[in-house]
Ligand binder design. Structure first.
Ligand code: SAM
Length: 173
């Protein structure tokens, strides 16, 4: 994800499910510091680790919201980052509607997630069966339909595998 990103210091960025702040650290090191980098995650534990990891970074803010319930103003961000998290969202259409709303016109949504295709369909079935969390993995094709229905266009896409795991990356506007 970090290798694909193309960001500028004057950007306002929302890292929707930032987890422990690994992507934030990579993005800030490569392109920052930014005008604003919001590290968002509904998990307090994840945010605590992020805060420690990013303790020397400037213009970083921490928020604790679900992707489905983002409270930010319309057109607030130049970029939205969503790494390895979309399959956890319980209401994916609502999350995308929020993404569209808070993203500025001409801004980008950068999305990397599991791709439920091929043999990974079987692996994902067992992950879903055994996981306590909501797992609702889409294929790349299903994701593209969801995005189009939410008013996004695809600028760049890539799909690949690592062993039997499958992933996709999308840059959307
Ligand atoms: C596998 S972690 C990925 C974290 C980080 N993006 C990374 O790749 O290192 C998934 C994250 O999604 C968050 N998450 C789960 N449900 C969410 C929701 N409905 N809205 C926003 N984030 C959510 C979790 O708290 C967790 O931090």
């Amino acid at each position: 994800m970090a290798n694909n990103l193309d960001l500028n210091p004057e950007d306002r960025i929302l890292d929707v499910s930032a987890g422990t702040g690994l992507l934030a650290e990579a993005a800030i090191n490569k392109f920052g510091p930014f005008e604003q980098y919001v590290v968002n995650d509904p998990s307090s534990n994840m945010l605590e680790i992020s805060k420690y990891r990013l303790r020397y970074k400037v213009n970083v803010e921490y928020t604790k919201h679900y992707a489905e319930e983002l409270p930010f103003d319309d057109n607030s961000f130049d970029h939205l980052l969503c790494l390895n998290a979309f399959h956890y969202y319980t209401d994916q259409k609502k999350a995308l509607a929020n993404f569209r709303r808070v993203l500025k016109d001409g801004g980008n949504l950068w999305l990397l997630n599991w791709n439920r295709v091929g043999l990974f369909v079987i692996a994902n079935y067992f992950i879903k069966l055994l996981s306590k969390e909501n797992i609702n993995t889409t294929s790349l094709d299903e994701m593209k339909v969801l995005l189009a229905d939410s008013g996004f266009s695809i600028e760049k896409e890539e799909a690949w595998g690592y062993r039997w795991w499958r992933f996709f990356f999308l840059k959307c506007s």
